[in-house]
Design a protein around this ligand. Structure first.
Ligand code: IMP
Ligand code: MG
Length: 190
């Protein structure tokens, strides 16, 4: 076999610890609380990756927030972008005149975020800002779009705290770099 099967990718070293996540999420929540004082923002979470971040973030925001979710598919079963963004589940709520905060797990190329922003802006919200837990150092989108961000990270593929590889490891409480399981390369070479 020439390719690495998803099953052979496992969580390796910790990139961002549980404590670092908690501290940063609390800071982001405090910023949102201050910036949206007197308003009731609508948090729009992008499933599935953002579910854990959004849940912690919402508890760090001291405002009457509302929630909605949409599911998009931008990756297949590999760790590489397919370049295709598809809405798998759309929002339930009307965005017209709402202060919307789009909550994302990670901005990698920025393809998904660009698509989602255009899509949500077409629904005429009063405002639209982005809150991304992770942002890739070499992303290719306008910096001004990233109003709230947790951490800048290098190119390595990561899992945990909502993020997956082939649907696994979302439940890890920290963010870890994926590694090829020991023995997998030897098995493939034979
Ligand atoms: P983009 O469209 O290239 O910005 O990709 C964004 C989406 O790709 C994210 O919402 C994730 O679902 C997925 N993704 C990108 N990098 C990673 C990673 O390191 N771990 C897990 N998912 C990732
Ligand atoms: Mg995602």
């Amino acid at each position: 076999m020439g390719s690495t099967s998803p099953e052979s990718l496992v969580p390796g070293r910790v990139l961002i610890s549980e404590g670092e996540l908690a501290t940063r999420v609390a800071e982001l929540g405090a910023s949102i609380t201050a910036d949206y004082a007197g308003r009731a923002p609508l948090l729009v979470g992008v499933l599935k990756g953002a579910f854990m971040f959004m849940s912690d973030l919402a508890r760090a925001v001291d405002l009457p927030v509302e929630f909605d979710f949409m599911a998009v598919s931008s990756y297949g079963h590999s760790t590489r972008s397919s370049g295709v963004v598809r809405i798998v589940k759309d929002l339930d709520l009307d965005l017209a005149d709402r202060d919307v905060i789009l909550v994302e797990d990670i901005v990698d190329s920025g393809l998904t975020l660009n698509y989602l922003r255009r899509n949500l802006l077409a629904r005429n919200p009063a405002s639209l800002e982005v809150c991304a837990l992770l942002v890739r150092e070499d992303h290719s989108i306008d910096e001004a779009i990233l109003r709230y961000e947790g951490f800048r990270i290098p190119g390595e593929f990561v899992v945990g705290y909502g993020l997956d590889v082939d649907q696994r490891y979302r439940n890890l409480p920290d963010i870890r770099v994926v590694e090829t399981a020991s023995g997998a390369e030897a098995a493939e070479a034979s």
